[in-house]
Design a protein around this ligand. Structure first.
Ligand code: NI
Length: 181
């Protein structure tokens, strides 16, 4: 396990559609090793979540939550630590809500992004065991943001009002210096 370099916006590797995780990858321990790297990297950067493509691994694996109160998102509810491989999302209703997002691959910036309010997600944990959850609010937002990474989409492409896009220390002076990005 080790902290990995986080790719930044502009790197073409962030624009790829990631490959599904095959069952043999769970058995070999490859996914457990990847999850350790993702967790070390996410913790070091105070992230709310991270996707494998952000460390240059082109697989459909994301992790999020488990960090307690996140200094980058002090008002957000806590999310249990989750490893999600081969995720599928089913939106529950048409309702969307706008909320501020940042990204470890887009350091120093925040933007307001509309996301579906409620969804059900299905996938596998690091051992390949299937599970599903129905969630809403910030949890649903994080899942949509991280799953976008698996399809090569960074959140600035989701911003509908570009006047709501700027530098974190200007938009939210009280958040710094807790925020590293
Ligand atoms: Ni991100």
């Amino acid at each position: 396990m080790a902290i990995q370099e986080i790719l930044r916006m502009g790197d073409p590797r962030l624009l790829r559609v990631a490959e599904p995780v095959g069952n043999e990858m769970f058995a070999s321990g490859e996914i457990s090793a990847l999850v350790h790297d993702l967790l070390d990297t996410m913790k070091a950067a105070n992230g709310a979540g991270i996707a494998a493509p952000q460390i240059g691994v082109n697989l459909r694996v994301i992790i999020f939550g488990g960090t307690g109160k996140n200094p980058r998102y002090p008002d957000a509810p806590e999310i249990p630590f989750t490893v999600l491989c081969n995720p599928e999302i089913e939106f529950l209703g048409d309702e969307k809500e706008a909320g501020w997002e940042g990204c470890l691959s887009v350091p120093g910036l925040r933007g307001e992004v509309p996301r579906f309010s409620r969804l059900r997600y299905r996938g596998q944990d690091q051992h390949g065991t299937p599970f599903e959850r129905s969630v809403d609010g910030f949890h649903a937002r994080v899942v949509q943001h991280e799953c976008d990474h698996l399809d090569g989409v960074l959140y600035p492409r989701r911003i509908e009002d570009l006047t709501k896009f700027g530098f974190t220390d200007i938009l939210f002076p009280s958040l710094t210096p807790a925020s590293e990005d």
